[in-house]
Design a protein around this ligand. Structure first.
Ligand code: PMP
Length: 283
């Protein structure tokens, strides 16, 4: 397996990050994750734009232009022979003696790896998944894709121990988002409900594409917060993320959503997303 670290592609066993890296000591960095289907990067411009924004918000210099990032991403996909899966990349503030203040002349550490994974034919897409609700214990700038994921680690582990595959994070009675996904419900009248963007959630790139596709398909959309009770009572529920596209949610806190099977609007949106992501078949 070949990874990228600070300018070089090398076997993962040889990729070592220094002990004093601020990513390791402080979680002082940001990351991105993007989906790959048919060997193509999905929504890459939007992911690179969000990376630029995350870096600017935490005052870390962006080491590469969009064209340079894209070249590195395409090369890591090629070197690993990956046709379907996930590219993870992160930038930390670099290596310096431990001190909270920004170091004067540290170079950002850049790391990138791939994970091969079935996205289009994932079993979870056919069966749907279970979620459980967990208090949202994260910080106040969830719009920044920070590598500090301790609250998500704890929330998702609690979900796993409860027999679910994702945690829905709850603040003031309202669902913010999933531990690593954007959360949606479909009302009994057939409109999609999704929380509006703010500092309380990550601006999901898959969420953005999904909203465009649902608008084109003429599915009504309500961009507003929804409560846990509304979610229990919804006709359908689903999540979106770069590594899952659209996944049906068939139970919330052990209660079946709708009839307990993936719903028709969710299935339709997943199909629309897949056909957008797929490279047109060669004639
Ligand atoms: N919210 C959170 C907290 C996430 O970690 C993720 C996945 N990175 C998402 C939403 C989904 O975002 P995207 O569609 O850009 O993967």
């Amino acid at each position: 397996r070949i990874v990228f670290l600070n300018g070089s592609f090398l076997p993962i066993e040889e990729a070592k990050v220094p002990f004093m890296d601020r990513g390791f000591l402080f979680g002082d960095g940001v990351y991105e994750g993007i989906g790959v289907l048919d060997g193509q990067l999905i929504d890459n411009e939007a992911h690179l734009e969000r990376l630029e924004r995350s870096l600017a918000e935490v005052h870390i210099r962006n080491p590469y232009s969009r064209a340079e990032w894209t070249r590195l991403q395409e090369e890591i996909v090629r070197r690993n022979g990956m046709t379907e899966g996930f590219i993870y990349f992160q930038v930390t503030r670099g290596v310096a003696e431990r001190d909270f203040f920004f170091p004067e002349n540290a170079e950002p550490t850049v790391a990138m790896f791939t994970q091969a994974k079935a996205i289009a034919d994932a079993p979870a897409a056919r069966t749907g998944i279970a979620v459980v609700t967990v208090p949202d214990q994260r910080w106040g700038r969830r719009d920044i894709k920070s590598i500090n994921l301790l609250a998500q680690v704890l929330a998702k582990q609690a979900a796993k121990e409860a027999g679910a595959q994702e945690a829905w994070l709850v603040e003031d009675g309202y669902v913010t988002e999933g531990g690593s996904s954007s959360g949606f419900i479909v009302t009994k009248k057939g409109s999609i409900v999704v929380r509006p963007l703010s500092n309380a959630i990550l601006p999901g790139i898959t969420r953005k594409s999904l909203l465009r596709l649902s608008e084109e398909a003429g599915i009504p959309l309500e961009e507003r917060r929804f409560t846990v009770e509304e979610a229990y009572d919804a006709a359908e529920a689903f999540l979106t993320s770069a590594s899952n596209f659209v996944l049906p949610i068939v139970s919330i806190d052990g209660r079946p959503v709708g009839d307990g099977k993936p719903g028709p609007i969710t299935k339709r949106l997943r199909e629309l997303y897949l056909s957008m992501a797929r490279v047109p078949a060669l004639a």
